[in-house]
Design a protein around this ligand. Structure first.
Ligand code: FAD
Length: 426
């Protein structure tokens, strides 16, 4: 079969890898100059490894992607970094049942109640009965108002903004189920891993075209696409099947023939963009070795502070300490139009509450924005997920919005790629 894959993020790479392994004729079209999509990295001249534009790691139970790494012989590093919360202007480690039971800002009764709820979600394998409930209604009722308002509500508000009250309990269940104390990371970074996959696809006879944007999907008996790059003006080509891995907003943009009722359903899906400021420091930011700090403060300008070099060795990044300041925001939020200088000034007073002197060790910073980064999972999301098959014959959709009940991630992108490859060739 002759198959086109649009997008060289992990869904597209996985689909193309599986198709190419079965000797199908695969062409991947990617508008950027590198593979990796949302997990793509950048590399400074004195770094040995690339760093993701937005913080990334794997859980040790991310089976699909860890199996793939094994299959292609890519080394994976597993470590147990420290995850903490910022509550009442103090940092507390909170990443194990013991740390929950010892959490000083709550009374022993409150800690036990919260542990029982988290423990129940961890051992209960059934998410379907939970999907009709809103996390914001169920959690305070069962774990108690104080633990919910101190820890979880600020995290929901900081992550989902005006959608925070609509998020389903199934989404929260998935977060608790998946979380592992140890985390994994591909040697060299996610871009390095994506490049390895590109190499495997090419070894199997597939083609990956970078800097090549698909501008229109249409049909001339068979599905066809128009694409352009800096060498060729707009060209078109037909395929037996086309796999689209783009966010549904972008899928609609390149598919003028999609019927109105299908578009109407896609419009029910909501999402947020991601904005990360990456600071380079010549001293560690956290004095206690924390890797990930959740900011439990609804009024904070930043959602999470992630010191990547408290997870991966700074030797790989020219000896610099790398710190993400992460936020999710709606695409039309002011954060999206702000410069890196404006954003740092906005975050600065808050960061000084954590490390008064950090500015003295700041050597530079970069800003990265991704408009389609985090689907919002409301109650009964399973009823609105688009299917792989689209109304356009032999044009398939496999994207971030179809990952459910799990929260989106490269592991599920790899799983989606495998599933869509199997469906297309069936
Ligand atoms: C802030 C943040 C933190 C995250 N943390 C983690 C984490 O810790 N662990 C984890 O596993 N995952 C994490 N993720 C999620 C993970 O990055 C995504 O789930 C995954 O990368 C999605 O892959 P995808 O291939 O489905 O989509 P994408 O990565 O979005 O790939 C789509 C590709 O299509 C290309 N494209 C778009 N339009 C066109 C066009 N017209 N023509 C050609 N190409 C086009 C894009 O350039 C892109 O490369 C995180 C994401 C964000 C934003």
């Amino acid at each position: 079969m002759k198959v086109a894959v649009i997008g060289a993020g992990f869904t597209g790479l996985s689909a193309a890898y599986h198709l190419s392994k079965q000797n199908h004729q695969v062409s991947v079209f990617e508008k950027e100059r590198l593979a990796g999509g949302l997990a793509v990295g950048y590399k400074e001249s004195d770094w040995n490894w690339s760093l993701e534009k937005h913080y990334h790691h794997w859980f040790t139970n991310d089976k699909a992607i860890l199996d793939l790494a094994k299959e292609i012989g890519h080394e994976v590093i597993v470590k147990r970094p420290k995850t903490s919360v910022f509550v009442g202007n103090r940092i507390y480690q909170l990443d194990s049942p013991i740390s929950v039971l010892k959490f000083p800002p709550l009374t022993i009764i409150e800690r036990i109640r919260m542990s029982v709820v988290l423990g129940f979600l961890k051992i209960n394998p059934f998410w379907e009965p939970l999907e009709k409930y809103k996390a914001s209604e169920v959690l305070p009722k069962y774990m108690g108002k104080k633990p919910y308002e101190m820890i979880w509500e600020p995290l929901f508000v900081n992550k989902f903004g005006k959608f925070s009250k609509t998020v389903s309990l199934a989404w929260f269940w998935a977060r608790i189920q998946k979380r592992t104390p140890s985390l994994a990371y591909p040697k060299g970074g996610f871009s390095n891993f994506a490049d390895r996959l590109v190499g495997e696809i090419e070894k199997n006879g597939g083609k990956v075209y970078f800097n090549t944007e698909v501008t229109e999907l249409f049909s001339r008996g068979k599905p066809a696409l128009k694409f352009k790059n800096n060498k060729t003006p707009e060209t078109s080509e037909s395929f037996d099947a086309v796999i689209v891995t783009l966010h549904s907003f972008l899928f609609q943009k390149i598919s003028p023939r999609l019927p109105q009722d299908y578009r109407k359903n896609l419009k029910k899906l909501r999402g947020l963009g991601a904005i990360d400021l990456v600071l380079k420091l010549n001293k560690p930011f956290f004095s206690d070795g924390t890797y990930w700090l959740n900011i439990c403060d609804k009024n904070a300008p930043v959602m999470a502070v992630v010191e990547h070099t408290n997870f991966m060795n700074k030797i790989n990044y020219g000896g610099q300490n790398l710190l993400y300041l992460g936020n999710y925001r709606a695409y039309d939020d002011t954060y999206f139009s702000m410069t890196k200088e404006e954003l740092l000034s906005k975050f600065d007073p808050y960061l000084k509450k954590i490390n008064t002197d950090y500015r003295k060790s700041l050597v530079g910073y970069e800003l990265f924005k991704a408009p389609f980064a985090q689907p919002i999972i409301p109650v009964n999301y399973s009823k609105i997920i688009p299917s792989f098959k689209t109304p356009l014959k032999n044009i398939y959709l496999a994207n971030i919005e179809q990952v459910y009940p799990w929260d989106r991630g490269t592991n599920y992108a790899v799983e989606l790629g495998e599933k869509i490859a199997a469906l297309v060739t069936k």
